[in-house]
Structure formats: C-alpha cells, structure tokens
Ligand binder design. Sequence first.
Ligand SMILES: [Zn+2]
Length: 311
Amino acid sequence: MKTFIKNILLIGLVMFLAQHFRPEIKTAISNLRYQYFPCTQTVYYSIGSFDQRFDLTEEELKEYLKEAEDKWDAASGKNLLEYREGSDFKINMVYDKRQETTDALEDLGSGLDQSKADYDVMKSAYEAKFTVYQKSRKSFEASWANYQKKNQEYNKQVSYWNAQGGAPESEYDKLDAIKRELRQEGEVLLRTQEALNVETNSVNKMVGELNALAQDLNLDVVAYNEVGSKQESEFEEGKYYRGPEGEWIDVYQFENLTKLRRVLAHEFGHALGLEHVDDKDAIMYLLNTSENENLSAGDLEELARVCEKKF
Ligand SMILES: [Zn+2]
C-alpha cells in the first residue's frame, strides 16, 4: 500500500516535471538548432492567436507569411521556413494600443483629407463668388462716377440759369427731363448699392467661414502630429520571442501592407538567428522606415554569416 502511494506520487511528480519542463526542453532543442545547426532544418510555423480587429483575414496573413518566408528560402536556396498546421512556433496577431494608435491616425488622416477637400471646395466657391462680386462692384463704381458727373453738370446748369433769373421754357424742359432721368438713375444705383451691400456681407461671411475652417484644419493637423509623435518608428510592430515559454512572433501593428510584409520578413529573420544590420534599406535594419520589400545586400551578408558553414 505504501509502495503504491509512493509510486503514484512518483508518477505524479514525473508527470508534473515533464509538464513543467516540456517547454524548456523544447527551447533547449531550438537553441541547439540555432547554435549548432543553423540553416539546416526547416522551421515550421503556424498561426496562433488572431485578433479580428486588424484589417486582415487569416488567409491574407498566410499569404504574406508565405511571401516573407520565400524571401529567405530563395536567398538561401533552402527550405528554411514553412507553414505547418498546429506547429508550436506561432505567429500571433496581437491588437493593442499600438494598432489602435495607427488606426486612430488613419481616421484622423482621412478626416483631415475630408476637411481639406471641404475647404478647397468652399475656397473655389468663394473665389468664383468673389470674381462676380468684384465685377458688379467695379461696374457699380463706374456707374456711380458717371452719375455724379451728370449730376454735377445738371447742378451747374441750374445754378447758371438761376443766376440769370430763370431759364427759358425750352431750357427748363430740357433740365427737367435731365432731372427725372437723374432721379431714375439714382434710384437704380441705390438699389444696386443695396444689393451690393448684401453681396459684401455674404462674401465677408464666407471669408469668416473659410478662416474658421482653416483654423479647424490647423487644429486637426496639431492633433494628427500629437498622436503621430507617440508612435515608435522602430520594428516595434512585431517581436520575435524565444525563451523558456517557447518560440513565437507577435505582430502588434502595421500601417500598410508594405510595413506588414517587412515586419513579417524581419521577425522571420530573427527566427533564423539573424541580428540587425546597418543597411537602412535592409529588412533586418533596426527601424522599419524603408519601403523596400526585398532582401538588401546587408540582409544577404547577415544571412551568409549565420548560415556560414552551411553554404
Ligand atoms: Zn528586430
């Protein structure tokens, strides 16, 4: 009975240890792989957790992983990486603050484009309106100057005949006709001026709206820059991890598909044992700032260094 319990305990302990050390044994094996057998064995990976909030399907991710994998396979002439359902090396899409920031930026960016488009439409409407307004104003000013000249001429005539003690009947009728004409013309000018005042107000209001919109746009630009400055430009979009708990790649964010392709190829590079290189266009450069999607000279050198004995 005693032995039985002891055995059970022992089996339990062995099982516990086996469970407990299982990842570490795996890690030790995978570390050996990197240290002593680089570029000799295919590294199998599969998709682990996949957050649906990314603008991406699992099928698409698989495609991009295949593209990233092909870069290293083609350069080495070996099957260094391959997708295998259920394999322990997981690629995880982890949605957190980083992608939230990227998405927020994108929304702000398109909002900015919309406001800018609104502003441009409003500005050209204003410019068209202002051209018409300026034309009517100029024409009014010319008519007004002409009217004043005629009015002065009339007043001069009236003063002259008054000084003569009155105009003869023919002259009086002529002057009376001019007077009626002037009054009529004056009334038209007055109405034109009123209409022009309404136009002036409307143009001024439009200028005010345009300025307010421009100010809003500036505010948006500031907000955009603030969110943007919080973003890291390092290969913080993803992380390759190898340690006691196992081996995996977490991808946290991507701005566009070029960046996603680059981050996948970069983390795969780490999985193959590659370090960062100095070449700015390299996939293995520390920062994900380049748009280059192909392995650079620096990447190939680093791959050759890691796989040295094997090529
Ligand atoms: Zn890195």
